[in-house]
Write a protein that binds this ligand. Sequence first.
Ligand code: CMP
Length: 136
Amino acid sequence: MSKIEQTLSIIKPDAVERNLIDQIKDIFKKNNLSIKDSKKLQITKDEASEFYKVHQSKPFYNDLCAYLSSGPIFVMILEGENAILKNRELMGATDPKKADENTIRKLFGISIDKNSVHGSDSLENAIKEINFFFKN
Ligand code: CMP
């Protein structure tokens, strides 16, 4: 059954710094995910802490928030059939070392922290995360 969804994608500081925005956008477009809106910005550590609140009990939370706010990021609303799952398949496993060949994290990720991209993991989080960046 066709299910048109929207999801949030973030190109993280490590990938923005290496000028990978266009290459990553091309991967989404070639896989039938259209970019409905996008912007480049830098967020504060407090904003990153709010964004990653689901991870607040994890030992890596502080480093994660410091990292996401350490430099410019590029955020996108991706839209297409099964966009949430498709984006996660295109990204690959969280740890680039474990990611399948030709996934974004395998191609570009440096480490589990500097893994180049974030993508919403569920419909509920996609709505929250899109609102976080695009709906005031
Ligand atoms: P992301 O998809 O942005 O969601 C949370 C991030 O936490 C994840 O990508 C990783 O970059 C980061 N992270 C750091 N350490 C871990 C870990 N041990 N397990 C999962 N995510 C981790």
